[in-house]
Structure formats: C-alpha cells, structure tokens
Write a protein that binds this ligand. Sequence first.
Ligand SMILES: *Cc1c(COP(=O)(O)O)cnc(C)c1O
Length: 472
Amino acid sequence: MKSKNKCASDILRKEALDFDLLERAKNHTFDYMKNILCQPVFPNNMSLEALNVFREPLQEEHGDPYEIIDLLHKNGSPATVAQTGGRYFGFVNGGITPVALAAKWLSDAWDQNTALYVMSPISSTLEEICEKWLINLFNLPDDSAAGFVGGSSAATLCGLTAGRNTLLNNLGYDVSTKGLYGAPEIRVILGEGAHSTVYKVLSILGLGSERLIKIPTDEQGRIITDYVPELDNHTLLILQAGNVNSGAFDDFETLCPRARNAGAWVHIDGAFGLWAAASEELNHLTKGVELADSWSVDAHKTLNAPYDNGIIMCRNRYALINALHMTGSYIIYSNQRDGMLYTPDMSRRARIVELWATLKSLGKRGISELVHDLHNKAVYFANKLKQNGFEIKNDVCFNQVLVFFSSSHKTELILKKIQDSEECWCGGAKWQNQSVLRISVCSYRTTYEDIDRSVQTFIRAKEEVLKELLLC
Ligand SMILES: *Cc1c(COP(=O)(O)O)cnc(C)c1O
C-alpha cells in the first residue's frame, strides 16, 4: 500500500476512486443502523474505555484508509450516543430522516461550498426554494429572508446583530462603520428563562450581561407580560417559542404588537418550538410570532434533519444582509442568491440539501403530523409516569416533560440510574429550585412501545433508589 517514491497527493488520487473503500464504509453504516435499536442508549464503560485507542501521536506516514474506516466503526460506533434510536430523550436532540441521510451522502460527494452562487448554483437554488417553503410553513411575512447556519446559537447571533444594528441605524448611528465606541445605549429585555445561548450571543455583541433586563416568568417559564416595561425604539426584546425545559411559549400576541408600535426589535428564539407553527393542531401556541422581526429555529431538532442545521429568518432582508455582508476584491456577488450574505461564515457546507430533502419528503402535511406526533407521545409519556407515582412539573404543551419524584435528592439519584441504564437516556435540570428529570420527545423513531419500555426503566430506577435509601 505504501510507496516510498509516491507523494501523498499521488496516493490520495489513487484512493479517490477506490469505491471499495466507500462500500466498506457503507457496510459499516448499515451494520450500525441495523444495531442501533439494540445498542446501549449511552455507551457503557467498556466502549468509553475503548476510545483510548484514538489517543495517539499523529503518525508520520500515510495510513491505510481501510484500517481507518474499520477503526472508526470498531471503536467509534459503540461510543456514539444512540440518538437515532427511539429511546433517547436527552437535551432536545432530533433523529435523522432517511431521505436526509441519503441526500447527505450524495451531497458529501459533491462537497460544495455554498458561499456564493458561482461556487454552487445547486445550493443557491435550494436555499432560495427552502426560504420560501419555510416562510409558508411558519406563516411569516412574504418577504422574509432566511440564512442557513449551524444551529440556533448562530441564528440568534445573526438575528440579534441585525436587530442591534437596525435599532442603532434608526437612531442615526451606523455601528458597522463606527463600531460601538460612543454608540447610543441599547436596552435588552428578555425572560428569566432565556436560553444560555442568548446570553452568549449578547456577550459577543458587546451587550454584556449585567445590564440586561430580565423579566420574571410564571410557573411554566413564560414571561409575565405585565412586568415588561414600556417599550421604545432602542429596545431589543427577546422572546421564546419553546422554553428549553418546559417547552412553554411566550405570549407573542400581547408582546409583539406592543413592540412593533414602539419601534422595538423582537427576536424569537424558536429553536425547537417554532415548528409548532407548522402543526395544524399546535399552531395556536405560536399565534403572533409573525409580528416579530427575526426568528431562530433548528431543523436538527423537531424536524429531524441531520446535524448541523439551523436557520435565521428575518422580516427585513436588508437588515440581515447589512449586518452580515462583507467585501473583498475576489468576491463575485451575483444576481442570484449568494448564501454568505445571510450568515456569519463565508465557506459553508451544503446543509441545505438535507433540509430540502426532509421538507420535500415530508410535505406540509407530513411536517404537521410529525410535530403533533412528538407532542402526543410526550403527553403519553407524562401520563404513564404520573400513573406510576411521578409528579409532572409542567403543562406538556409541546414535546418537553419535567418529572419529579418526592425530593430533589431522590430525583437526582433516579436520574443517575436512568442514565446508567443503557435502556433509555434523559437529562436533568433545575426547575423552580428543584431538581427534575427532563424528557424531550424529539425523534420520529420513538414509538409508544419505546415509551412503555422507558417508563419501566424509570419505575425500576425509582424502586431501586427507595430500596437503597431504606437500607442506609
Ligand atoms: C437548542 C436550543 C438553542 C441552541 O441551539 P443550537 O442549535 O444548539 O445552537 C437555543 N435555544 C433553545 C430554546 C434551544 O432549545
């Protein structure tokens, strides 16, 4: 395989058309996918220890590609978290739709850079199409723009940059040339339950943390609208479609018109919850979102598109472009869509291919049904747990369930047992000063049988904890 007088490029060129290598990867992939429902939902200690084989110095010589792919499957696959199976309820992590996986394989071979139309007409075209489809699905203003980024963190960065810059522009201050030196003060208002990525973005944007106005929230985590002070044209108001713990939605119908009338900018963090707008049964939750100025949403959560797939949507196309555009003598903007105008990145992979394939395969009805189905299963999960002595701390309005048993201490012990069970996996959180188990039903792979089986795991964990506490 190795040859002393061949340089690396010669070797790579030869390997580039070695389809047997891709066959090998394909077989490993099929093997992984067939076993995913039996694999521990979180890797066991043996699999975690086997990761040590990767800890080695970078080798001097060219490695054998077959050995590399084999190693990845042998030691890598068992150390994955089985979130594409049916019993993973951690964070808010979606599965992967079959058509998106297939489309991703093809587009991986394309290896397109989506910065500019001239770099990838196909990506530009699909971005343009998906922008229209998303506007239609979420019922947003017709002229809204979409940028395709890695996730909601990046989307929120784009939305809040556009918002900050627009507010300052309206106050006669061009922050993109003058910088923040001596800029008029922007007031930021957000709910106490805002996602930590929002704080991260505000800090990146030079808005810090200690001067933010945090509005108290109700028992579900919704902003109490009476506490929101009078709004004005130097205020960024950040609302939430889907609290990351409870799934609750802020009252957009009350707050968005107030902000519009005052000339404030409203950004909605709808990472997983904005998809409620695409569900006939659940779109009552997002009433009024169309009156905001920018929205962040993930396709890799509720929609089950593969990682990483986030979207920034903005009512005013030029507010987004003005915040994110750049110039350079070699950059060739076109009359077509140039994706980099809408994102912080220049070079970017064609994640739009997977989003397009997922949207096209599900269709409007399919998306509506998918979102509603996740909700129905979350309700079922909550009811089963309630019937078995657990307390449910939130109204299960969307796909999130917060579970408590007897005390924070007991709840934490139960959580540890569930996470070690290999049967199912969920995270924990603090909710109103108590520890809770945090379930997110986010994968189309989850069946009612998966939930029944997981409920059994919860019950077993609870009984073991009670027994152990009695013994000591
Ligand atoms: C997941 C999430 C984020 C962060 O999104 P990423 O895609 O992980 O960057 C922000 N807000 C909420 C409400 C979320 O659920």
